[in-house]
Design a protein around this ligand. Structure first.
Ligand code: CP3
Length: 387
């Protein structure tokens, strides 16, 4: 049987015999001569890696001039996210500009809704409008979706991204978890503007209807995540951004079981695909108050916000689960560079020897200078793991 060493020796010999001088395999080539999986994917699986991978939530979008330049030609968010060539190019903009280790699909958590019978629109100013679903009659019109025929553009973009980035970065897909999606479907707009009042009312007045909505969303969204994996997504990030507004009992009843249902179904069909879970800082989630629960959802990595110190988060999240985060997006926006470096290195120091993916505590602020984003990525990628 050939050992790894003998395969390597043969490889070096065959390379050197062709050119006369011995050639060392490049750092990105495994000893077997096969290219390694992307750094972010290996880190997400919990393998030891040469440096901490880095990407930024909401990295594709308004903070980049290249994105703002496209807005004249493709004025609506739905065009930019549903025309495959446009969505693909936007997804690649931060990869090309900063060399991030992760390329996330340019899309939205709302993208699969029209296929379920819930139409939506996003104005140029970012205002979301949706046909609200608050009654049994409205719910009866919603349907299970066949994701392949419903969102073919998403599959096409993910396939293109894989072909484009090869092993240089990991391609991420993403979904909104049922509670967070339900806030949009029930409010008919962002719950941030309404104080989540309609979904709170439904929780009390017709919890059975809300459970039926959540269940349908869970089944559809699990299919949609699996479709993204089948199409090329190597990692799935699942967002329950607004579940941090739920008090304990409501969280246990309306958010947690549906988080688990979606994650269980993705894991059943794609056990090898790492899942990252994120919740935004809210009244009941800030300062790590939901971390222990998020760590038990079956996700491989918990993406933490910036309201908790990394070391404290590491104490709460068990060792077998990775942590993503947690630079404050306002620090990245405001700088100065020295402050960005200090805070980034403080997190990297605290994370040393643990399973960690560098990211922000929430999405990048739209008025973040590109020079700050570039500096942050470079700081992480040049941080020496052995110092
Ligand atoms: O921010 C989070 O908590 C992440 C989860 C989330 C996304 N979309 C992911 C996303 C949430 C809660 C949404 C809903 C949504 N959709 C919002 C948030 C705030 C609100 O008002 O409720 C907004 C602004 C939209 C519409 C939208 N989505 C726009 C206008 C854009 C593009 C440009 C930009 O810079 O904002 C998106 C893109 C988007 N939303 C991505 C993701 C993962 C794209 C990929 C990326 O991360 O770069």
């Amino acid at each position: 049987m050939l050992t790894r060493a003998s395969v390597l020796a043969k490889l070096i010999f065959s390379l050197s015999s062709a050119s006369g001088a011995p050639i060392q395999p490049s750092r990105n080539v495994q000893q077997e001569g096969k290219e390694q999986d992307p750094l972010l994917l290996r880190a997400a699986r919990g393998e030891a890696v040469e440096h901490t991978p880095v990407w930024m939530m909401r990295q594709a979008g308004r903070h980049m001039q290249a994105y703002r330049d496209l807005v004249d030609r493709y004025p609506t968010f739905r065009q930019r996210s549903e025309l495959p060539d446009v969505s693909r190019d936007i997804s690649l903009q931060p990869f090309r500009a900063y060399g991030v280790d992760g390329v996330i699909l340019f899309s939205d958590i709302l993208t699969p809704l029209p296929a379920m019978g819930v139409d939506f629109d996003i104005s140029e100013g970012g205002t979301i409008s949706i046909q609200p679903v608050r009654t049994r009659e409205a719910f009866a019109k919603l349907k299970r979706i066949d994701v392949k025929t419903a969102c073919p553009f998403v599959g096409e973009v993910l396939g293109d991204l894989r072909a484009e980035v090869g092993h240089a970065a990991a391609v991420l897909g993403f979904i909104g978890l049922p509670f967070t999606l339900a806030t949009y479907v029930v409010e008919g707009q962002t719950g941030v503007a309404t104080g989540f009042s309609q979904i709170r009312r439904l929780r009390h007045e017709d919890p059975k209807l809300l459970h039926d909505i959540l269940l349908l969303l869970a089944d559809n969204i699990a299919d949609y995540a699996c479709y993204q994996i089948d199409s090329g997504a190597m990692i799935i990030q699942v967002f329950d951004s607004w579940a941090g507004h739920l008090p304990d009992d409501a969280f246990r009843e309306f958010a947690l079981p549906y988080q688990k249902k979606v994650i269980d179904e993705i894991k059943r069909r794609h056990p090898e695909t790492p899942i990252i879970i994120y919740m935004a800082p809210g009244e009941y989630s800030r300062e790590g108050r939901r971390l222990a629960q998020l760590a038990r959802t079956g996700a491989d990595i918990v993406s933490i916000d910036h309201t908790i110190d990394f070391r404290r988060a590491r104490e709460i999240v068990p060792d077998g689960i990775g942590i993503q985060g947690n630079l404050d997006p306002k620090v990245l926006r405001d700088g100065p560079l020295e402050e960005i470096r200090e805070q980034t290195e403080r997190i990297l120091d605290a994370a040393r020897g643990t399973r960690h993916i560098m990211n922000l505590g929430h999405g990048i602020e739209p008025d973040t200078p590109e020079s700050h984003a570039a500096f942050f990525v470079k700081t992480v990628q040049s941080y020496a793991t052995d110092r």
